[in-house]
Design a protein around this ligand. Structure first.
Ligand code: BTN
Length: 247
């Protein structure tokens, strides 16, 4: 269970909504943004029953993870914020645990080749008026409660621990501080992103119209798009899926 007094002490410049269980903190943050939420305010939960991932997928969210959604009143591109979140989570894990993680384009953090973190940045509108962005972050921190079908591709940072060896509240506050500071200096985080992005330099595969295309990941743009070379042609992939394993 999260300690809301501790969280509010660590985060003294904005409100934090702390929940034991919710459907999705991204949904809660969006509702709050429609109401009166301010830049930097945050929703955090101990578990989610309908955690959302990219491309319409679900995000398994058992107890033992960190599930947070940060409200950002920004006009920055979603890809720029997603890459900033990835760098911020990476820094927070390194600082608090000493553990190095890899970034897999665009929004995953891997530990020993398995996913420990996913990021879902969603823009929020009221009619045609942009209200801001929700940066949703899920980190599998401790325990081994991920569904069996995910065990080959995902893990937690501390699978053998029944309790978190680090404070989830401290991890959340560190991540939030890094994101808020980094937003003021976009795209300064991109060198660090590229340095730790294991997708770059690798063969990548993508499916289009039922065909598989093989290319090589060369670089990212400062807005987080992936630049690949496919049959001698340069392409910029802004969203969607590329795989580093043959499809
Ligand atoms: C992905 O891996 O595709 C992105 C996963 C993002 C999950 C986080 S957990 C907190 C926030 N609330 C959600 O419903 N999703 C994001």
């Amino acid at each position: 269970m999260l300690d809301s007094a501790l969280l509010q002490k660590l985060i003294d410049d904005g409100r934090v909504r702390v929940l034991d269980e919710t459907l999705s903190t991204n949904r809660d943050a969006r509702d709050w943004l429609m109401d009166d939420a301010q830049h930097g305010e945050m929703v955090i939960a101990s578990r989610q029953t309908g955690g959302r991932g990219r491309l319409g997928r679900s995000f398994s969210s058992p107890e033992g993870g960190l599930y947070m959604s940060l409200i950002l009143k920004t006009t920055a591109a979603p890809g720029a914020v997603t890459t900033l979140c990835a760098v911020s989570v990476r820094r927070a894990i390194l600082k608090l645990t000493g553990i190095e993680t890899d970034i897999k384009w665009v929004n995953d953090l891997l530990l020993d080749g398995k996913k420990i973190c996913g990021i879902l940045c969603e823009s929020a509108f009221s009619g045609s008026e942009s209200l801001g962005m929700i940066a949703g972050i899920g980190v599998n921190v401790y325990g081994n409660q991920l569904p069996t079908e995910l065990q080959d591709i995902a893990r937690s940072v501390y699978p053998d621990h029944a309790h978190a060896p680090i404070r989830l509240e401290a991890l959340a506050a560190f991540i939030r501080a890094e994101i808020l500071a980094g937003l003021a200096h976009l795209p300064a985080h991109m060198d660090e992103y590229r340095q730790h992005c294991i997708t770059l330099g690798k063969a990548v595969y993508r499916a289009e119209n039922g065909e598989t295309h093989e290319g090589q990941a060369l670089d990212t743009t400062n807005e987080g798009a992936l630049i690949i070379r496919e049959n001698g042609i340069l392409r910029t992939i802004g969203y969607g899926e590329v795989s580093i394993r043959p499809i």
